[in-house]
Design a protein around this ligand. Structure first.
Ligand code: NDP
Length: 456
């Protein structure tokens, strides 16, 4: 099979010219959902919708390449929460996005299929470039960020996240990263960190860039030294990078997690102040479906006990379960920055605390090319490390998605696509050795859990 020739050529260090001379297969394998299945979970509560029923690894035809696009041989990819959303068809089936894309141009039309190849992260090797691609060439090792930007769209040219037709690759487009060959725009490509394996390099791009924009960028909170940042889900995908950016920038993280195991993990990341929300039993919503301000107060008191002050910034994404508390606890004049509402998007908070205390809630979404590139540069320099805890083969991608949906994971779950095993792809072993403790932190914690005695 040709895909095996491509894989073998990459593994044996073939040059770009050699790679470019290997004929491409007409079909490749990828993780997909089908339009025919979008009703399969109707009437079920969200947590019972099982990605293992809806996700399949099947062959699909490779589309023709547009002039500004590349084919990337995907060595590894990752699970993002948007993979969960696509696989359970919530809040909407993603096929509507593909239909909208189809109306835009002849190239957009390729995306409208009765199947949707998912995945918003990838690390791999450029195989072919379209005629207008300049910065990258066949043979380049790359990571891929998920912002699909239309450079002919005027609204994309201040901050591309404000573009009226901005799209998330592998979620609002087809041909995503959970496939042997992905189709990406050239401006999604970034250099792969040389000291990381394929699977380590693959897990950073979406979540690290999102957290970078939320906390570091002037488009987000633009955190300054000494600011206290409350981080929900601090050991999760975006939270684990949020912890790193706050620590790197001289901020003071207050990490919220839901188990002692996760608390130990974020402490090992260097976070001093940790709240185990389960152990401390916060119930922001009572049994009558009303929010309980006395619980917000108890939570705020705990943050003050730890950090000595109210948080300047709240890194918010659980949504319905937590936004009321986030608005209450953030400092007078402070900022709640949010990119999601995992527990429900119909949100409630007491607006009196917002206006009387001059607080702000700010929406944030992924990252523009510059922000993604900055986050990737920090990863290349070893200043941000991957929070990879587990690796799955492509054939078990649905199991990995299920784990994330059930909140049974820490950090990020990687997916091996063309890479035949873990540990490959490192071209700077010296830098790796220097950073090894951090790079393997989440992995070691996950391994300890597996090997811990059952009663522990
Ligand atoms: P993860 O599942 O990896 O992490 C989410 C964390 O949220 C968990 O670790 C969990 O931590 C915490 N959490 C879950 N339920 C609750 C709850 N009821 N109360 C408080 N905390 C809770 O997901 P990601 O970090 O990758 O993504 C988080 C959200 O952000 C998703 O909805 C995702 O779609 C969205 N997102 C949006 C982006 C954008 O561009 N707009 C980009 C990336 C992600 P614990 O149980 O330990 O408290």
């Amino acid at each position: 099979m040709t895909i095996d020739r491509i894989r073998d050529a990459i593994l044996s260090g073939a040059t770009g010219d050699e790679l470019a001379s290997i004929p491409l297969p007409t079909t490749v394998r990828g993780a997909m959902v089908y339009a025919r299945d979008v009703d399969m979970f109707d009437g079920m509560p969200t947590h019972e919708k099982d990605p293992r029923r809806s996700m399949h690894v099947d062959e699909f035809p490779l589309p023709e390449l547009a002039p500004d696009e590349c084919y990337v041989a995907v060595m590894a990819s990752s699970i993002n929460f948007n993979t969960v959303w696509s696989s359970i068809f919530e809040p909407l089936p993603t096929f509507g996005f593909l239909k909208r894309y189809a109306k835009e141009s002849v190239w957009g039309k390729r995306h409208d299929q009765p199947w949707h190849v998912l995945g918003s992260d990838a690390a791999g090797v450029v195989l072919r470039t379209g005629s207008s691609v300049r910065r990258f060439k066949p043979g380049d090792a790359v990571t891929v960020h998920a912002n699909v930007v239309d450079d002919q769209e005027p609204s994309a040219h201040d901050d591309s996240m404000l573009a009226s037709n901005q799209r998330a690759w592998g979620f609002e487009t087809n041909f995503g990263g959970l496939a042997e060959i992905a189709v990406v725009k050239a401006n999604q490509l970034m250099p792969k960190p040389e000291h990381l394996t394929w699977e380590e390099a693959a897990v950073n791009t979406l979540t690290a860039a999102t957290s970078y924009r939320m906390l570091v960028s002037h488009n987000g909170a633009h955190m300054t030294q000494g600011q206290v940042v409350l981080i929900w889900g601090a050991s999760g995908g975006i939270g684990s990078y949020a912890c790193q950016f706050v620590l790197n920038g001289g901020g003071i993280p207050v990490a919220v997690v839901s188990s002692e195991r996760k608390a130990a993990l974020v402490r090992d990341m260097g976070v001093e102040y940790v709240i185990d929300r389960k152990a401390e039993g916060y119930r922001f919503w009572d049994e009558n479906g009303e929010q309980d301000p006395s619980e917000w107060k108890r939570f705020g008191k705990r943050i003050r006990e730890l950090a000595g002050t109210d948080p300047d910034i709240v890194f918010e994404h659980p949504g319905r379960d937590t936004l009321g508390a986030s608005v209450f606890v953030v400092k007078r004049g402070g900022l709640v920055i949010t990119c999601a509402a995992t527990t429900g998007y119909k949100l409630e908070f007491d607006a009196r605390y917002l206006w009387m205390n001059l607080k702000t809630i700010k929406g944030c979404h992924f990252a523009n090319y510059r922000e993604a590139e900055e986050a990737n540069r920090l990863a290349c320099e070893g200043r941000i490390y991957p929070t990879l805890s587990r690796v799955y083969p492509l054939d078990r991608v649905a199991d990995a998605t299920y784990e994330v949906h059930q909140n049974r994971h820490e950090g990020k779950l990687g997916v091996l696509v063309l890479a035949p095993e873990e540990g490959l792809g490192v071209t700077d072993p010296v830098k790796r050795a220097v950073n090894l403790d951090k790079i393997t932190l989440f992995r070691r914690h996950a391994d300890e859990r597996v090997h811990a005695p059952a009663h522990a």
